[in-house]
Design a protein around this ligand. Structure first.
Ligand SMILES: C=CC1=C(C)c2cc3[nH]c(cc4nc(cc5[nH]c(cc1n2)c(C)c5CCC(=O)O)C(CCC(=O)O)=C4C)c(C)c3C=C
Ligand SMILES: [Fe+2]
Ligand SMILES: [Fe+2]
Length: 365
């Protein structure tokens, strides 16, 4: 495997830099069948995502799933595509920018970048750039509040695959999940309360999380448990009892049973049982994307209203909300402890190191 190009550009005494790398799932480059084929091939070939023996799965994926799914998914993406591209891509970029500004305001001299597990900007390419910029300390922050092997572990696989090629590896820290973090729960509660102040309250709040195959729960994945915990803490923070909220799982893929209850039939059942208004929030997504803007805000609405429901509200994700940026900065600052990220310390350390090297007669400083 090829080492990163910057491995050959070592300069003695380079100021050591710290970077925070936000990782998200990834999205196609365009809402077209060709772009979808490329994106879905990379995504659905990941054995962390589809845990079926390769010899069975890959011919099925390439021969049946991609030709059928790519054009259908492209049409869905086209319905949410914006002037600046995919909402997941622009939203994740905006989050990184706001976070860098917040951490700088808090006195930290750090780079904040984002990368995607599938598609662009690719994790390896962003790590190459950070390496070339002299980053020697790396905090990896997968943007999934609840841990799952399909998302969190797979994102780290991409980072460790890059590390496996590097000669000069950075010091590495990771944030595993933040399902029960008070700042994350508080930011969600604040967002929902503000929404209700403006639009009134629903009879039922539906908390819809991305689904996972039921089998992954039996295999030991903590995802289901972390979703239930986030939901319970969020309900507590909102002061609503079990009669006012429901937890469901969306985006089922394939024929296997997934985590239950499913979002779509629950919305239909609520409407048929006489619930007039339902609000839906997706606490498992930090940035709005196809799964929230199309599947929940559009398809979910259609399911509820066509089954007799009166009013349907989708409450957007945290995206780059100020309360969330503060909370995420706080989480990150906890994980940065012990690293000299305060500007003066880091620059001074670099300068002192260069001085020592010069005194020892080192060239190339
Ligand atoms: C076996 C298939 C899938 C598993 C397991 C899975 C888990 C999973 N996914 C997310 C977050 C997102 N998924 C998104 C899109 C998406 N997911 C799947 C399949 C599985 N996901 C597919 C095929 C797609 C693509 C769209 C489609 O064709 O339906 C997205 C949105 C990306 C975007 O571009 O907007 C996100 C985000 C989580 C959190 C998760 C497990 C916990
Ligand atoms: Fe997904
Ligand atoms: Fe979906």
């Amino acid at each position: 495997m090829k080492p990163p190009a910057a491995d050959r550009q070592y300069t003695h005494g380079t100021v050591p830099r710290t970077a925070i790398l936000l990782l998200n799932l990834g999205t196609p480059d365009a809402p077209t069948a060709t772009a979808l084929r490329r994106y879905l091939r990379e995504f659905l070939s990941d054995p962390r995502v589809v845990e079926i023996p390769r010899a069975v799965w890959l011919p099925l994926l390439n021969g049946v799933i991609l030709p059928l799914r790519a054009p259908k998914s492209a049409a869905k993406y086209a319905s949410i595509w914006r002037a600046d591209g995919s909402p997941l891509a622009s939203g994740t970029a905006a989050l990184a920018k706001s976070l860098e500004a917040r951490l700088a305001a808090n006195g930290h001299h750090v780079l904040v970048r984002h990368a995607m597990r599938y598609g662009n900007p690719a994790t390896a390419a962003v790590l190459d750039t950070l390496h070339a910029q002299g980053v020697t300390r790396l905090l990896v922050v997968p943007l999934y509040p609840q841990y799952s092997a399909a998302t969190t572990a797979s994102s780290l696989d991409a980072v460790t695959a890059w590390l496996g090629r590097a000669r000069r590896q950075p010091e590495l820290r990771t944030l595993r999940s933040f399902a029960d973090d008070a700042g994350y729960i508080g930011a969600l509660a604040q967002k929902i309360r503000a929404y209700w102040t403006e639009h009134g309250e629903p009879e039922t709040l539906l908390m819809s999380f991305h689904g996972m195959p039921q089998r992954t729960l039996q295999l030991g994945d903590p995802y289901h448990c972390e979703c239930q915990k986030s939901a319970r803490l969020l309900a507590d923070a909102l002061g609503i009892g079990p009669d006012r909220y429901k937890v469901t799982f969306q985006s089922r893929f394939g024929k296997q049973p997934w985590l239950r209850p499913y979002t779509d039939p629950t919305l239909r059942a609520l409407a048929k049982a006489g619930t007039g208004r339902v609000d839906v929030v997706c606490p498992g997504f930090t940035v709005d994307c196809l799964e929230t803007l199309e599947e929940i805000a559009m398809e979910g609405k259609q399911a509820f209203l066509s089954s007799g429901g009166r009013e349907y509200h989708y409450i957007p994700c945290l995206n780059a909300d100020a309360h969330w940026i503060d909370a995420l900065a706080g989480l990150i600052e906890t994980h940065l402890q012990g690293w000299p990220t305060r500007q003066a310390a880091d620059v001074a350390q670099g300068a002192a190191s260069r001085e020592r090297a010069r005194a020892m007669g080192a060239e190339n400083v």
